[in-house]
Design a protein around this ligand. Structure first.
Ligand SMILES: C[S@@+](CC[C@H](N)C(=O)[O-])C[C@H]1O[C@@H](n2cnc3c(N)ncnc32)[C@H](O)[C@@H]1O
Length: 414
């Protein structure tokens, strides 16, 4: 191992959608990190692996968690090959396992310089050669690449330093512990029309300070992202609802990539802790909060599909969905509610702008009339449509639903 290779111990990075870093920081703080650093799009933190795994199970905002292994500086591809070959890869993943390399780049910390390496495909080939040659030396054979379903996802991040005279770039080698992103909660229907990203829906509940004590009503619920996310937040349940069901029946089932990696498999205590944390979280008696999670949609077919999905996940006692028109809903509750929705934008669901203007206007009028004492919050990419809601906004946020810049607006209903 080269003297100037830095080896990490218990260092992780959790990524998230831009704009949700503060909400993510709150989640990271829950696992008592020793150190943490918030950056654009994610957080670096130091924690015991069991706490990082706990975060992976429970994070509603995060996208992926990476375990950091090594960091070194390279001038050119020759250096990269040599540094990669110097790593004892067989302690990171086994010869029988498949792997894939993901190369990412970011500008220097002061944004002064961009990576000089233009061909990321070539970089990944150089890294692959280093890995394969090291395995060949240590084990007499090589592991194979599988880009579709690899056991080990090796993440290599390149970033130049700010020194204008330096040719060097910092390379950080991490393993993706997640596999499928954490936003895959197992409740998304494959043909969802214009769903909100799950972790964005979760972040919106946090921004609006919804803590489960108010009812949550989504009057245009579609596949029900806000409803499922409200259930997860209210019950503090591990976020992968499908995995919760599977792991209850078979604790050995592999859902996340970390379950295949030596750092986990060689540590009996870590496995026990994982299973225990998981079971405790699942067995936890539900808090007796007298609030309800309710959705409406005016498309009977959508409602039926969402209802079926709720039933499949055994959540019919917790989430209710009915056919209804957002512009003439009656208030079914005597206690305050957060009425939260993501109406059609026009860009993603075809509708004329006058129809949509009327829809946004009537949504506001109905909320004003029938939901006094509650609050309404609407997220849309169309500022002009949001202006059709004739209520005074109390708070506003700019957020991104994938590439779409959106505004979330909250209106108190006096
Ligand atoms: C952008 S989608 C909502 C997606 C949803 N947030 C999700 O995660 O699946 C808008 C939804 O509003 C519904 N909708 C449109 N007009 C409506 C109305 N007047 N009343 C109730 N639902 C309506 C559509 O059927 C569609 O499912």
């Amino acid at each position: 191992m080269k003297a100037h290779t830095h080896k990490f111990r218990n260092q992780f990075f959790i990524s998230c959608s831009k704009g949700l870093e503060e909400e993510l920081a709150r989640e990271v703080q829950n696992v008592n990190p020793k150190n943490f650093l918030v950056t654009k799009g994610g957080i670096h933190f130091e924690a015991y692996p069991e706490r990082a795994i706990e975060l992976l199970l429970h994070s509603r905002i995060g996208s992926r968690i990476f375990k950091k292994y090594y960091e070194f500086e390279v001038k050119n591809e020759k250096d990269l090959y040599q540094f990669t070959k110097d790593i004892k890869w067989k302690s990171i993943f086994t010869i029988e396992q498949t792997f894939k390399i993901v190369v990412t780049q970011s500008p220097s910390s002061k944004n002064k310089k961009h990576s000089k390496f233009k061909n990321t495909l070539y970089l990944s080939q150089v890294i692959k050669d280093g890995i394969v040659d090291r395995f060949q030396r240590d084990c007499g054979k090589r592991p194979f690449v599988d880009v579709k379903n690899p056991d080990a996802i090796i993440h290599c991040h390149f970033s130049p330093n700010d020194n204008p005279y330096s040719q060097k770039e910092v390379v950080t080698i991490s393993l993706d512990l997640t596999g499928a992103p954490l936003s895959n909660r197992g409740y998304r229907l494959p043909d969802a029309k214009a769903p909100l990203r799950e972790n964005l829906a979760a972040g919106i509940l946090d921004l609006l300070d919804w803590d489960g004590s108010e009812n949550l009503i989504d009057p245009m619920c579609g596949t029900g992202s806000f409803l499922f996310e409200a259930y997860i937040k209210k019950n503090k349940t591990p976020t992968n609802l499908k995995a919760n069901k599977w792991l209850r029946d078979n604790p050995e089932k592999i859902i996340w990539n970390f379950q295949k990696l030596p750092f986990f498999l060689k540590d009996k205590k870590l496995i026990e802790n994982f299973q225990q944390t998981f079971q405790t979280a699942l067995d936890k008696p539900e808090e007796n909060q007298k609030s309800f999670i309710l959705g409406f949609d005016n498309q009977a077919r959508e409602v039926e599909k969402t209802q079926k999905n709720i039933a499949k996940l055994e959540l019919s006692n917790d989430i209710e969905v009915k056919v209804g028109d957002a512009t003439n809903l009656e208030n079914p509750f005597s206690t305050p509610s957060l009425i939260l929705c993501n109406p059609p934008y026009g860009q993603r669901i075809s509708a004329t702008s006058t129809d949509l203007e009327e829809l946004y206007f009537q949504l506001g009028e109905n909320a004003k009339k029938n939901f006094k004492g509650s609050r309404l919050a609407v997220i849309s990419s169309e500022i002009e449509l949001l202006k059709c809601i004739s209520l005074r906004a109390e708070r506003k946020w700019t957020l991104y639903n994938g590439p779409l810049k959106c505004q979330l607006v909250e209106y108190p209903l006096h």
